[in-house]
Design a protein around this ligand. Structure first.
Ligand code: SF4
Ligand code: SF4
Length: 181
């Protein structure tokens, strides 16, 4: 029986993904483009949830893997059990922030990028590149990084000065409010 208060139970309750269904075939990790960079590959993430141990849960929430996942969905397309790993990774990122376990040195640039990206979606409903870059730079103080490519991108129309806003701003704001709860 699944133990209460374990990460796997939270994952199941919040995402509907039952990690116990994974039978460790490894197909997800074999196709993951980021597997080589991850500290725990996607099938290992599933295994760590399955063991239901506090230490494994904590290690997972402190891991770099959850921040490296780009939600490309290659894993779910290969998984014979159709386990939605990107959804799990997304949940684990939020949980990691909630529990304050995200502060590992190796994640120091990924998390500000994640926050800047979400801000862009929250305020414009789209990816607003200039806002994303500014948000990221202000958070990391990497002010000069990649600055040399900005003029070229601007001339090619890749950096619009004003954001394009979506119509359903109210619905968007409701989604964020609901998610925060
Ligand atoms: S969604 Fe994440 S875990 Fe799945 S293949 Fe893509 S990067 Fe890897
Ligand atoms: S492909 Fe699916 S069943 Fe196989 S290891 Fe990955 S999550 Fe588990």
């Amino acid at each position: 029986m699944r133990r209460k208060n374990m990460l796997s139970s939270d994952v199941l309750e919040s995402t509907g993904v039952n990690s116990a269904r994974c039978y460790q075939c490894g197909k997800c990790s074999a196709g993951c483009p980021l597997a080589g960079e991850m500290d725990f590959t996607s099938n290992t993430v599933m295994r760590m949830l399955q063991v239901e141990e506090d230490a494994a849960d904590r290690q997972l929430l402190q891991s770099q893997s959850i921040w490296l996942c780009v939600s490309c969905e290659m894993c779910i397309s290969r998984c014979p059990m159709e386990i939605d790993i990107p959804k799990v990774m997304d949940y684990l990122r939020q949980k990691s922030l909630q529990e304050g376990l995200q502060s590992r040195k190796s994640n120091k640039n990924i998390i500000p990028f994640h926050r800047a990206f979400l801000d862009s979606i929250k305020y414009t409903g789209r990816l607003y590149e200039v806002g994303l870059v500014l948000g990221y730079k202000l958070r990391t103080l990497n002010l000069w990084q990649d600055l040399n490519i900005a003029p070229r991108m601007f001339l090619k129309g890749k950096l619009p000065l004003l954001p394009e806003l979506v119509k359903g701003k109210k619905q968007l704001s409701n989604i964020f409010k609901k998610t925060k709860k």
